[in-house]
Ligand binder design. Sequence first.
Ligand code: GLU
Length: 377
Amino acid sequence: METLINPSIGDFKKIIVKIGSSLLVGESNQLQSEWLDSVCDDIAEMHKRGQSVIIVTSGAISAGVESLGLNKSDLRLEEKQAAAAAGQMKLTQSYQSSLDRHNLNVAQVLLTRGDTEDRRRYLNSRETLRTLLKLNAIPLINENDTVVTDEIRFGDNDQLAAYVAVMMDADLCILLSDVDGLYTKDPSSFNDAKHISKVYNINEEHFSMAGVTKSKYGTGGMQTKLLAAEICMKSGCNVVITNGKVKKPISSLDNKKISTWFLSNAESQKIRKKWILSNYISGNRLIIDESAALGLKSGHSLLPRDVLDVKGSFKRGDTVEVALGEKNILGKGLSAFGSEDIKLIMGHESDAIEQILGFKGRSEIIHIDDLVIGSKT
Ligand code: GLU
């Protein structure tokens, strides 16, 4: 991906929209339904243009506090989790009724950190999200607050949005917040604070700009957004932070609405590749033929019918080598089936997988997005 100079929302294919509690629920703990309708109008427009949109929403705890009659200022962990359980229902219903106006389906997906770290769960969550997008639904993601404890949580949905962006190979992550983006200093305390409209490389200086006060602008606000932007940029995903406290905050971005863009560059795909390659255990290999090798090089996924032989013993989600014949290593990728299952389905059409294995599984053994081509991988 080239580095963009003057980005516009229409430039992107797969977009994560992160919506913070302060916008959605506000101080009153009431869902701001008019505002939500305006954001959903933006989302429907993007969807109509053919862009894939995934929402990462906060607000479950805030929405649940009210209905369960809890005291917001003094919540124990289990009360927060109970509030999330009650509030998540309300959140999903609100998004669905708003997107109903555009005949769009919302599909709720609750994730934990483990779902993005464990390869098998990572593959499952990603495949479900991909399928939802193919089916034209709008995935609505939040952290699975009722099961996580502090040690294993994402903690804030800025991070969650960043992980989803990386997992889904998104090219834009929009962080709707209550600030206009990054300033050289806290604009509420310093008149000479200057707004920064574009960042090409996040460095320490940006973090120190974000951490100057303890207000909302400081830690927990801009700092977590910068961390999220850093995660995204390293994986080739651009980020924009903008104040969502206006109607239609996403389409407003194209009308020169004040915002900070974090623009990534091509270098960044390396990180994901590294992640794919890191799990390789020597000897795990799929042998394929010449025509399958040509297919992979021209961007096709590896199908059961392409596989001639399986070496080693591996599980679904493990990294395997793909080789043309015995020696010519073409690359490495994440296998969607374990070695024993591949032995049974190799040489067959994907349609036959269910009959052979007794479950449907994926159509491809290695999805092209999970393949790193190159003999030196
Ligand atoms: N998952 C939390 C909730 O829905 C929000 C976390 C955050 O605001 O970043 O209430």
